[in-house]
Design a protein around this ligand. Structure first.
Ligand code: HEC
Length: 141
């Protein structure tokens, strides 16, 4: 009995040693590190809408867009999701529209209400307008 047990215990002990320690592995047995650089490396490279976060700030902040536009319900203006969908579908240029140089394609009957905002949006830089556009597109359903 003893002669069988001894190598077995050794084997078990070896097993514990080799699997012990802090090293984590994923489900495929590859070592996983807790280090930050490594976590960053697995993330998708560049977001499709790098300016969306900035756009959200403008939309809810100095742009005051959020007073009339909500995410998924029509308030004074069409929902952000509806605008994104229609602009994408028609491959329309939101920046041109916000500069007051385009035509309304979402709800032309209410254009006058939106038009009043061009006084403000015309003061925005191209990057700010692009941020607004990216934010709206990033919210598409
Ligand atoms: C006072 C309310 C109000 C505010 C504030 C407002 N909008 Fe609008 N918006 C509307 C209304 C009403 C419409 C529907 C008329 C239209 O389609 O032009 C509209 C339409 C739009 C459209 C679709 C235009 C199209 O082609 O028909 C976009 C894009 C848009 N708004 C973006 C914005 C952005 C960006 C801001 C902030 C800078 C903003 N809106 C602020 C009321 C508002």
């Amino acid at each position: 009995m003893k002669t069988i047990l001894k190598p077995l215990t050794l084997l078990v002990a070896l097993f514990i040693v080799s699997c012990g320690g802090d090293k984590k592995t994923d489900k495929f047995g590859n070592p996983v590190s807790d280090e930050k650089e490594n976590v960053e490396a697995v993330k998708p490279e560049v977001s499709e809408f790098p300016l969306a976060e900035k756009g959200k700030e403008i939309f809810e902040g100095k742009g005051t867009c959020a007073t009339c536009h909500k995410l998924d319900i029509k308030l004074v203006g069409p929902s952000i999701q509806d605008i994104a969908e229609i602009y994408k579908e028609k491959n329309a240029n939101m920046i041109t529209f916000l500069k007051g140089e385009g035509k309304p394609i979402v709800d032309p009957t209410q254009y006058e209400v939106m038009k009043a905002n061009f006084a403000l949006t015309k003061t925005f830089s191209d990057e700010e307008l692009e941020s607004l556009e990216q934010y709206i597109y990033s919210q598409e359903k």
